[in-house]
Design a protein around this ligand. Structure first.
Ligand code: ADP
Ligand code: MG
Length: 251
């Protein structure tokens, strides 16, 4: 791709004037956000500021009240949007892993490939083993989730998402439920994914990860984007008082 073409490629995520109410509670108050292919964006902000709701609106796990969302080639807010097709292209990793406890690790990573992508058992199994290997839990294929540590479970959840070959990955506090000594392994997997060029939106409290891996940090508070920019600016020299006081509490 020439530089000219790169400059012209449209954003992979475009959110415009996104509003979300839960009842009378306006949780997202007009979010505008564009993310380019290959970009790693870390979303930070206090608890209750709307970070999870923003991620969940992007793949329509929450109904959008008003506004426009384009993601991974799909106009999510179009009334005729094929949500299943869109979610195939958008991987999501949750704080609490959300593995199927009664299935083996291999089954966890093959089921959506089989059911949604209609891959053969052999094909899905091959992809699963490859992805599990790449996140360092290749030897766990026959185990049940209950036999794994939190860090291993989260790496399985990442492998499961990657096996669908998504164009975009959403992470909602992927390390917040982990014992401190297990956080590093999961962050290392995410860093490697970023290095490979995956487009990622990561809600996180891991400021070290944001500083090192993010191309851009978005600070949210009270349902709005207060400020955003490269980590070297937002985390080191924030322009807004709300960002400064948040960082003073977490850094
Ligand atoms: P964050 O992820 O930044 O902590 P959330 O997006 O989870 O924030 O929540 C933002 C606000 O929306 C909070 O006030 C929360 O109580 C409210 N909220 C989130 N999910 C729901 C829901 N399903 N029903 C009602 N209120 C909700
Ligand atoms: Mg949250």
């Amino acid at each position: 791709m020439t530089d000219v073409e790169a400059d012209q490629s449209p954003p992979i995520v475009s959110v415009s004037q996104l509003h979300k109410y839960f009842g009378k509670n306006e949780v997202l108050k007009g979010i505008d956000l564009e993310i380019n292919e290959g970009e790693v964006v870390c979303v930070i902000g206090p608890s209750g500021s709307g970070k999870s709701t923003l991620l969940r609106c992007i793949n329509l796990l929450e109904e959008v009240t008003s506004g426009y969302i384009w993601a991974a080639g799909h106009e999510m807010t179009h009334p005729d949007c094929d949500v299943d097709a869109a979610r195939r292209d958008i991987g999501m990793v949750f704080q609490h892993f959300n593995l199927f406890e009664h299935m083996t690790i291999l089954q966890n990573v093959t089921i959506a490939q089989r059911k949604v992508l209609k891959r053969s058992k052999a094909e899905a199994g091959h992809m699963a083993r490859q992805q599990l290997e790449s996140v360092g839990v290749g030897e766990k294929v026959d185990a049940k989730p209950s036999q794994l540590s939190g860090g291993q479970k989260q790496r399985v959840a990442i492998a499961r998402a990657l096996a669908m070959q998504p164009q975009l990955m959403l992470f909602d506090e992927p390390t917040s439920a982990l014992d401190p000594e297990l956080v590093g392994d999961v962050l290392a997997v995410m860093k490697e994914l970023a290095t490979q060029g995956m487009t990622m939106i990561v809600v996180t409290h891991e400021m070290g990860f944001a500083r090192e891996v993010a191309d851009r940090v978005v600070f949210m508070d009270g349902g709005v984007v207060v400020e955003q920019g490269p980590p070297s600016e937002v985390l080191t020299d924030p322009q807004e008082e709300r960002t400064r006081s948040f960082l003073a509490r977490v850094l």
